[in-house]
Ligand binder design. Structure first.
Ligand code: G6P
Length: 610
């Protein structure tokens, strides 16, 4: 999704901004631009397409600047072209703005501004901002005050950075609903939508909150609300390193992140397992654990891959914690007047902690008095900060748009929460210990599965040109079927569907012929015999079958075209293993199709608009 980076200091900011934008590329975008104050004048350079094109364009101009802002745009209103790329100017071209989010009342604002004589040259919602701010500047207000007054008229969401040539020593930034952080340096300050953009320069971060406007100078900053109340800001030291956000020798972030999973799942459980007591210790939930154990109902709300993790969580909570659990798409939850109140606990799962739908659903649940808990990966993200309590997944930065290690870490955290509640209810010590022991063995088992990379790459070669795929699983592996299909869709653009295996005969079986590969998730568990029957049904119709099967399962080889043999664990933890071959399969198919694995078309890593 759109990215923002800004700089005020003494160095030439152009390489700083370009490198910052490159660090934000993973979020997904279709055009890029820079706005600078060079020799006291405002200058905007932008283009459709990649940041590398922008870099070439700026290099040719041979300019330097010590203040500027940069943007990567993911089109919402208006086609992805150079005109619609940010920054956007006011009519006198002495003020420019970059914006993430959506101005919902832009049509009304646009009409009003047109009547005042402002001319619009783009199709974007953002373009109302420079003109609206200008309309206050011409009345004699400062830039800071004009931004406050303009935002008072805006409905919707925004993270913005504004530069005005007549006040050339500052960037003004503001936030409502779109992430924005301030980076504090030595005689230089930064603003960014994502810490990754400025991590090379500083680890001192100030989180900008909704409703705040910040005036950023090279050696200090002033923070107020839109209503002009002074706010005190705290500086946080972040621990993420630059190494963690680079590819580390892998051709793609996605492959690096798949391969990191033995380590990332380990980090998710580090210090949290209590073997002797057969339970877990989650500091982030300590203050609410009694309430959690007594809760009448759990709702899990999320989007995309995190929603799939939530489905696995539902199985875990109901089987072991014995609490009725529902899983809701965050986007639906908010708009359907859900029956939620103080007896409910709602977990919001989000890798980024910034997904607009999830954040909005969380606000709704809070208003209704539910116990609002977060499961997030990004430390200090909006969902993490605004939930009453929660658990970090500690998977480390995830850059590839297709989520992999964040998913497995979410599953680990859900298992830890299950243990915490279930052991306070009726789970025996022996059962608790078994789960802890099995969790401890997961990293090594994932390493074993990752060694099948070459085998899976060969299978990918065979299937790279097909048009459709079906993924089938039962019980805990049904959400994994959904996740496997989503991975394939996201990065290879092959149509894929996930289904509960038993449901196949109620519809999808009509699709089966020799052009339809079916991936069965068929480990040896209590549903194994039933899934074998489903495999027979596909085979009878000439479907091509790939099975994810248990390592000791010899029977399956005669039934399927390809079998990928993986170690076993207890049922609730099986998704941590069965998903790994599916991630690798999607990855290799996309690579073989020559597609951009880390930045698939139309997708964004963190969807900060509704
Ligand atoms: C986007 C990403 C998905 C992700 C979803 C939820 O759609 O492309 O990969 O699963 O958002 O993101 P979150 O950060 O809330 O987990």
């Amino acid at each position: 999704m759109c990215g923002i980076v800004g700089y005020v200091g003494e160095k030439n900011c152009i390489p700083i901004l370009i490198n910052g934008l490159k660090r934000l590329e993973y979020r997904g975008y279709d055009s890029a631009g820079l706005g600078l104050i060079a020799n006291g004048k405002s200058q905007v350079i932008k283009n459709k397409g990649k940041v590398s094109l922008l870099e070439e364009k700026v290099d040719k101009l041979n300019i330097t600047a010590t203040l500027g802002i940069g943007h990567t745009r993911w089109a919402t209103h208006g086609a992805p072209n150079e005109t619609n790329a940010h920054p956007h100017f006011n009519t006198s071209k002495n003020l420019f703005v970059i914006h993430n989010g959506i101005i919902e009342n832009y049509q009304a604002l646009r009409e009003g501004l047109k009547k005042l004589g402002y001319k619009f040259i783009t199709e974007t919602d953002t373009e109302v901002l420079p003109h609206l701010i200008d309309s206050f500047l011409v009345k004699g207000h400062s830039l800071f005050r004009s931004v406050q007054l303009a935002l008072g008229e805006v409905e919707g969401t925004y993270g913005i950075a504004v530069v005005y040539a007549n006040e050339p020593n500052k960037v003004v930034a503001a936030r409502k609903g779109s992430p924005l952080v301030l980076g504090i340096g030595e005689n230089e300050n930064f603003v960014a939508s994502d810490v990754a953009a400025i991590l090379a320069h500083t680890k001192q971060i100030v989180y900008i909150e909704d409703g705040e406007v910040i005036e950023i100078y090279k050696d200090h900053f002033i923070a107020k609300t839109i209503l002009d109340k002074q706010v005190d800001k705290e500086i946080h030291e972040i621990t993420m390193s630059l190494d963690e956000i680079s590819k580390g020798g892998f051709p793609h972030f996605m492959l690096k992140e798949i391969m990191e999973q033995p380590e990332s799942v380990c980090n998710s459980m580090r210090g949290r397992l209590l073997l002797e007591k057969g339970t877990s210790k989650l500091g982030g939930l300590e203050s609410v654990v009694d309430q959690l154990v007594d809760t009448k109902r759990i709702i899990i709300s999320a989007c995309g891959t995190s929603w799939h993790a939530g489905l696995v969580g539902e199985y875990m909570f109901e089987q072991f914690a014995r609490i009725p659990t529902e899983v809701e798409y965050a986007s639906e939850f908010r708009y359907r007047n859900p029956i939620v109140g103080k007896d409910d606990t709602i977990f919001f799962i989000s890798q980024s902690g910034e997904t607009a739908d999830t954040l909005a659903a969380m606000h709704e649940a809070k208003i209704r008095g539910a116990l609002v808990l977060g499961i997030c990966n990004v430390v200090g993200s909006s969902i993490a900060r605004e939930s009453i309590a929660g658990v970090y997944t500690h998977a480390g930065p995830e850059i590839g748009v297709a989520s992999t290690k964040a998913f497995t870490s979410q599953l680990v955290v859900l298992a830890l929460i299950t243990l915490l509640i279930a052991r306070r209810k009726d789970m025996s010590l022996v059962d608790g210990k078994t789960i802890v022991e099995e969790l401890q063995k997961i990293p090594e088992k994932i390493s074993t599965i990752l060694k099948l990379n070459d085998q899976i790459e060969k299978i990918a070669e065979e299937f790279k040109d097909v048009k459709n795929f079906l993924y089938l699983g039962r019980g805990y592996n049904f959400p994994v079927a959904l996740e496997g299909a989503l991975k394939l869709k996201e990065i290879s653009y092959i149509h894929a569907e996930g289904y509960p295996a038993a449901e196949m005969k109620h519809g999808p079986i009509a699709l089966i012929d020799d052009n339809m590969p079916v991936v069965f998730i068929a480990p040896k568990d209590s549903t194994y015999e039933k899934i074998v029957s489903n495999i027979e049904e596909i085979k009878a119709r000439n479907g091509r079958i790939i099975a994810i099967a248990s390592e000791n399962d010899d029977k399956i080889d005669s039934l399927v075209d390809y079998s990928i043999k993986i170690p076993d664990t207890i049922r609730m933890l099986m998704p941590l293993l069965t998903v790994i071959p599916l991630q690798l399969l999607a990855y290799h198919i996309a690579v073989k199709k020559g597609l951009n694995v880390d930045q698939p078309r139309n997708l964004a890593k963190s969807v900060t608009v509704e």
